[in-house]
Write a protein that binds this ligand. Structure first.
Ligand code: GAL
Length: 338
């Protein structure tokens, strides 16, 4: 009798233990369960914290993850700064893998040599959500697109061609089409972001294409790399205004941070936006929206960090729940002229 009781007791204990130790979130991609809530660990690698737009983006990403955490599910988010150094970012990715992240959100430092970084995440079986910087294959080709066939990899972003086109259209739609001196051509300077980034390439190309497609004649006085940075925008614009003076009719900046710098140089050179010069950017930073309202900037294009970060989080949650995800998620740009 005693023996039978001991056997029953042992059986009950084994069952109880099995129930406690059961894999959390069975049927999902991972996560751990303690004190009732299932916790998912998500690693977020940002190319550089020192970037106005990506700062808004990452703060919103964190806030939105927080807002989705509740008594039954928690998102434990680790955000790291790649400091614009691919070697540093590769180490961060290795750490994420060894820390057992349940998903990785990746804003690549170098889009042209992303294959290795992407490969190791894919091999580790971790869902990968690429954001903001669409990768290219190592040869500058689109070989990475094959990787997107992997069910757990996707890209969330905005089509930079659209933002460039909108910038060009803002100038095209001015009464004088940006031709201040009426000599029949729009003389401009272009201040570019990181040249290996498709955002910079497409904005540069499509802003001008919108003008030439409308049958307008353009003249490029200068085209310089400002690496998305305000100080560089200011320096390049100041040099060009000193060199070309009143010939400069339009200042195209691939983003608002550089346009903010350019605005300072325009004022310092005694020029007036809307009267003898025009200035456009992309991102619609709060400060630039106010400048557009005040007329000290001709226009900008909303790069929707809220839409993009929320989409990235929603897709991550889907992947964590074991749901299928698409290859691409696109968020629209919006023209801002008042
Ligand atoms: C662009 C944005 C820039 C900069 C860049 C980083 O989409 O307009 O301001 O943040 O991303 O790759």
């Amino acid at each position: 009798m005693k023996k039978a009781l001991a056997l029953i007791l042992a059986l009950v204990m084994t069952l109880a233990l099995a129930a406690c130790g059961g894999k959390a979130g069975a049927g999902t991609s991972g996560g751990s369960a303690s004190s009732g809530a299932k916790t998912y660990k998500v690693g977020v690698a940002i190319y550089q914290f020192d970037d106005n737009f990506m700062t808004l983006y990452r703060n919103e990403l964190q806030n939105y993850f927080n807002s989705l955490s509740n008594d039954s599910v928690k998102y434990d988010i680790t955000i790291v700064d790649g400091k614009n150094d691919m070697a540093e970012q590769n180490n961060q990715i290795d750490n994420f893998i060894s820390q057992g992240m349940d998903a990785i959100i990746l804003n690549l430092v170098q889009t042209s040599s992303a294959d290795a970084a992407i490969d190791k995440i894919v091999k580790a079986g971790i869902p990968l959500i690429l954001i903001n910087r669409e990768p290219l294959g190592d040869n500058g080709d689109e070989s990475y697109k094959g990787i997107l066939d992997n069910a757990k990899v996707c890209y969330v972003g905005a089509d930079a061609r659209q933002s460039g086109t909108y910038q060009g259209e803002i100038i095209r739609d001015l009464a004088n089409h940006g031709d201040v001196n009426g000599d029949g051509k729009i003389s401009y300077i272009m201040i570019e972001g990181d040249p290996e980034n498709v955002d910079a390439q497409y904005r540069t190309e499509f802003s001008i294409k919108a003008l030439t497609d409308a049958g307008l004649t353009v003249e490029c006085l200068d085209d310089q790399i400002g690496n998305w940075a305000q100080a560089k925008g200011q320096e390049i614009c100041a040099n060009d205004l000193a060199k070309y003076g009143n010939q400069v009719e339009v200042v195209f900046c691939n983003n608002d941070a550089m346009a903010l710098g350019a605005a300072t140089s325009i004022t310092a050179a005694g020029r007036t936006v809307g009267t003898d010069i025009y200035l456009v950017g992309v991102d619609a930073l709060e400060e630039c929206q106010q400048m557009v309202q005040a007329g000290t900037m001709t226009g900008t294009v909303l790069n929707d960090h809220i839409g993009q970060s929320h989409t990235a989080v929603d897709v991550t949650v889907k992947a964590l729940n074991g749901e299928s995800i698409q290859n691409y998620y696109w968020v629209d740009y919006v023209k801002v002229t008042k």
